[in-house]
Design a protein around this ligand. Structure first.
Ligand code: JHZ
Length: 395
């Protein structure tokens, strides 16, 4: 039932930034994407072993992006106001920007990366350094009982076995509890041509339609959906146990999202073939654009050593002969080489942007924040390049 529609070539671990002597052993896999005719789920054809991606060296610190810290503070306040949960569990708590808004004595974290689990542990939160599974959820239930709010951001789409993941949630959730999770939206990816949402960690890119099918199979139902602007367009899904009277009635947002996706053709294979053609065109155009600028002696850097830019640079064949360096605010990425492309990642403060003619937006999702921060670059004649939704040069 699974049909392949996109081949993004050989790709490395998207967040495995390297030292020079690690290049020779770098791991690559075939990044191909499939559509499941039965559930309508879009997934990677070949999954990468979770331990290779999520371990003590995982480089994506949520708290290094100020807009995301604000996002999680607001999210926590909205959820407290709407549901008033007595206990909270976060799956994939990273370095704690969401959970830190809840009391330590009634909150619990699950995080497989030791470096981050240590941070929330030090903050006083009971933290299990582990992957989210039904076995773990039963263990936690034995420890703390049922939970009123289970929350997860940019993590459920990382979990390869969704049936196990959702059964684990259904097991631990109190009868009137809510499961809230947010991940990049498949519809927004298809509309914007942002194929760089696809990389090793994103085992799936979710539509509401596919989630509706899979959650139902596993004892949960969606009652609300919110469309968010973060990460280039995400959906926040609200689910609960079916057949239990609660205040959480099915909202119009839920029906509207399902209808919008159906009109777009998200449940039809043909839609994905058209998307794949657009992606190939984008690759050719970006390679020609950056290649020509370089050929004409222009200096190019990239801003944001993102997982997304790992996909773009490796798929389009862009390396340090075209892009001199990538600036990033995350200390654990700085001083290392970007996965696959081996472009050096540097601290933003060590670079004078005015020495460059063009800045490619690896973090195009923060376009406005970056353009605002880098007004001086534009004043001095610098220009930005993005590939979303089309290849564009702008200032
Ligand atoms: P950002 C992450 O993907 C990883 P990435 C993860 N796997 C996931 O699922 C998705 O999010 C949704 C830096 N930066 O958020 C900070 C600047 O340098 O787009 C970050 O390293 N300057 C969990 O990696 C990176 O850019 C700035 O001004 O694609 C942004 O990464 C700002 C604002 C950020 O996610």
């Amino acid at each position: 039932m699974k049909k392949e529609f996109l081949d993004l070539g050989k790709q490395p671990i998207a967040n495995k930034f390297l030292k020079e002597d690690e290049i020779k052993d770098e791991f690559f896999f075939d990044l191909k994407v499939v559509f499941d005719e039965e559930t309508k789920l879009v997934s990677l054809k070949e999954f990468v072993k979770p331990e290779l991606m999520f371990n003590e060296n995982y480089a994506y610190n949520t708290s290094m992006s100020t807009p995301m810290v604000n996002h999680f503070r607001n999210t926590a306040s909205v959820l407290k106001g709407r549901f008033n949960p007595k206990s909270v569990l976060e799956i994939g708590s990273n370095d704690g920007p969401f959970i830190s808004n809840f009391p330590t004595d009634t909150s619990f974290c699950v995080e497989p990366c030791d470096n981050f689990a240590k941070i929330t542990g030090d903050m006083g939160y009971r933290t299990r350094t582990d992957f989210w599974t039904t076995d773990l959820s039963k263990e936690i239930e034995g420890d703390i009982g049922k939970v009123d709010l289970i929350y997860s951001a940019n993590c459920i789409c990382h979990i390869q076995d969704l049936d196990d993941c959702f059964s684990a949630v259904a097991n631990l959730l109190s009868d009137k509890g809510v499961f809230v999770f947010e991940d990049p939206s498949l519809l927004r990816m298809l509309e914007r041509g942002s194929y760089d949402q696809i990389y090793d960690e994103h085992a799936h890119v979710f539509s509401v339609i596919a989630l509706d099918n899979i959650l139902r199979k596993n004892g949960l139902m969606i009652f609300d959906v919110e469309n968010l602007s973060v990460h280039g367009g995400s959906n926040r899904i609200y689910a609960k146990k079916p057949n239990i009277p609660s205040d959480n009635v099915i909202t119009q947002n839920y029906y509207d999202n399902i209808a919008e996706e159906a009109v777009f053709g998200i449940d039809e294979f043909e839609t994905y073939k058209i998307f794949a053609e657009r992606v190939e065109e984008s690759k050719d155009k970006l390679f020609r654009c950056l290649g020509n600028l370089r050929h004409n002696g222009k200096k190019i850097l990239s801003i944001g050593a993102t997982s997304k830019s790992t996909t773009v640079f490796n798929y389009c064949g862009i390396d340090d002969s075209i892009v001199d360096c990538i600036t990033d605010t995350t200390p654990s990425k700085q001083g290392l080489l970007a996965p696959g492309s081996h472009i050096p990642v540097v601290n933003r403060d060590s670079v004078n942007l005015n020495d460059y003619d063009y800045a490619f937006l690896g973090a195009w999702n923060f376009k406005d924040v970056i353009a605002n921060k880098e007004r001086d670059f534009v004043k001095n004649g610098g220009k930005f390049i993005t590939h979303v939704p089309e290849i564009m040069i702008f200032s």
